[in-house]
Design a protein around this ligand. Structure first.
Ligand SMILES: C[S@@+](CC[C@H](N)C(=O)[O-])C[C@H]1O[C@@H](n2cnc3c(N)ncnc32)[C@H](O)[C@@H]1O
Length: 506
């Protein structure tokens, strides 16, 4: 779903349908950098106005988030600290999970003119709706060869008592016909030689190791083995463990194989390290072409949004971005088989997001398409925001549809989205033993201004016919009631008058 319009109104309109259902929200609001960002939008609000703009929107987003959902908010350091406090207030300090630090572009040419060191970081605040319900599974990112893994067992397949241990650099140098590491580096160039060592280590990862300390907190038997091995120099000790990898020990230290550091990432075995909150591995070069649309200075890398979505949702989940810009979040969500709702106020909703999402549907191959093995498919609907349900002074908009008002009333009463029944009827449904009905807009076929909207014996009979097995107390919304207090009491009906008793969402 792609919506063009101010997200304040759009989010209010979505609440009755999607409250508590969005698994992952990623937003990248204007940073208040005091500039006009490209030709598309101004980013120049007075600080308090910026806060006042963010506050109600974040509150609405919190209501849309599912109980186990996560919201990611990208920001730089102009408003970052204030946003953090605002989010603590709205989501609760205990639900703060992380402040990811993202490396953006490197300094180049005139961009380096700065009154202080060049800023090349942005932040992504990560909050949960309820941290107890979010479970994080360790993720890995590609790293580089760690020269600490500098020893090699030349005969790994032999019995451990016969293992021959040599220095990896020296071994590779000799293999390349050089006398030693120094000569190899001198003749081949340091970078080139080190690359050869890294490659050898990768190809012989179960024979390359580093010797790591064994803590005295390790199990008793392991500590005993460590101490024996310290005393008996240059002898490999072995300890078998049920359900765990065997431990080898040499000169009081554990033989920790390089293979433990390798992980398969995007189909290739590479040295890897656990994902931290410092994201330096996402390239920003080349993002201008992602999705085939230009959005200077505001666009974010698909890889970045992919990581946020991956860490907080599964296939089929609902992902939302209410500051959609050029459509990055929607494009990535689609490629990751998530459902999405994107909201953008600017005309680029039509001129950038629509063409970008059409390309995605047609099998766009830029951005994360390769890592997601994206071949195209699916689709999206484009909406423009209609008039709000309530006018400025809280009156119901006269031409609002029955189903739209019904959804609002249901949501205001029970705080949950309404499942629109087919066919529509004046009985909206029951929740926790109470029933709700709405007489509005000729739902009973009587189009006269007040006819079917008045609670009479006849309209009540129609509601009773529609309510099926339900027998509890009933709240009826209508323009007027013709039933007496006594009848309402015996019928267990609470009458609420439209528009006065319908709560407008502030
Ligand atoms: C930094 S850009 C987002 C860029 C996006 N992440 C991308 O990769 O293309 C912020 C966007 O928020 C939009 N925006 C600002 N205020 C808004 C509002 N009240 N309702 C909807 N969109 C809004 C701006 O028009 C702008 O396109």
């Amino acid at each position: 779903m792609l919506i063009q319009g101010d997200n304040l109104e759009a989010l209010k309109a979505l609440l009755p349908y999607y409250a508590g259902q969005v698994k992952c929200i990623y937003i990248d609001p204007p940073y208040n950098t005091k500039t006009a960002v490209s030709d598309h939008y101004d980013d120049n609000l007075e600080h308090a106005q910026w806060m006042a703009m963010m506050w109600p929107r974040l509150e609405l987003l919190r209501e849309l988030l599912s109980p186990d959902g996560i919201i990611w908010i990208q920001i730089d350091d102009k408003e970052g600290a204030y946003l953090r406090v605002l989010c603590d207030e709205i989501f609760g300090r205990k639900n703060f999970l992380n402040a990811i630090c993202v490396k953006t572009s490197d300094p180049s040419g005139h961009k380096t003119v700065n009154p202080s060191p060049y800023s090349q970081t942005e932040y992504v605040l990560m909050y949960s709706a309820n941290r107890e319900l979010y479970s994080y599974e360790q993720r890995y990112v590609e790293s580089v060869y760690d020269p600490g893994y500098g020893k090699l067992i030349t005969n790994r397949s032999s019995h451990f008592s016969e293992w021959v241990v040599v220095g990896l650099n020296q071994f590779v140098a000799e293999k390349l016909g050089k006398k030693d590491t120094r000569t190899a580096r001198k003749e081949m160039g340091r970078v080139n030689f080190d690359l050869q060592v890294a490659q050898y280590a990768l190809e012989h990862a179960d024979a390359v190791f580093q010797a790591t300390a064994i803590s005295s907190d390790a199990g008793r038997e392991i500590v005993e083995m460590r101490d024996r091995s310290k005393a008996e120099k240059d002898t490999v000790f072995h300890f078998e463990r049920d359900g765990f990898e065997d431990i080898y020990c040499l000169n009081g230290r554990q033989i920790y194989f390089y293979s433990n550091k390798l992980k398969e990432i995007e189909g290739t075995l590479v040295p890897a390290k656990p994902l931290t909150n410092l994201w330096t591995d996402i390239p920003w070069n080349g993002i201008a072409d992602e999705g085939g649309v230009k959005f200077k200075n505001g666009k974010k890398p698909e890889r970045l949004v992919e990581r946020c979505i991956e860490l907080s949702s599964d296939e089929g989940d609902l992902v939302m971005d209410s500051f959609l810009g050029s459509g990055t979040t929607a494009a990535v969500a689609q490629k990751m088989q998530r459902r999405f709702i994107g909201i953008e106020m600017g005309d680029h909703a039509r001129t950038l997001c629509v063409p970008r999402l059409t390309k995605v549907t047609d099998g766009d191959q830029t951005g994360v398409s390769k890592s997601q093995n994206w071949q195209g498919g699916g689709g999206f609907r484009f909406y423009r925001l209609g008039p709000p349900v309530f006018t400025e002074n809280g009156q119901i908009q006269p031409d609002i549809l029955f189903s739209v008002l019904a959804a609002h009333i249901w949501f205001a009463e029970v705080g949950q989205p309404w499942n629109e029944p087919d066919p529509l009827s004046p009985f909206l449904g029951a929740h926790e033993g109470k029933g709700y009905a709405l007489l509005y807009n000729g739902i009973l076929g009587d189009k006269s201004a007040s006819g079917g909207n008045v609670l009479t014996r006849k309209t009540l009979a129609a509601i009773r016919a529609a309510q099926g097995d339900f027998r509890g107390a009933l709240t009826v919304y209508g323009e007027r009631t013709a039933l007496s207090e006594a009848t309402l009491k015996t019928e267990q009906i609470e009458f609420k008058q439209t528009p006065y008793d319908v709560k407008a969402r502030k």
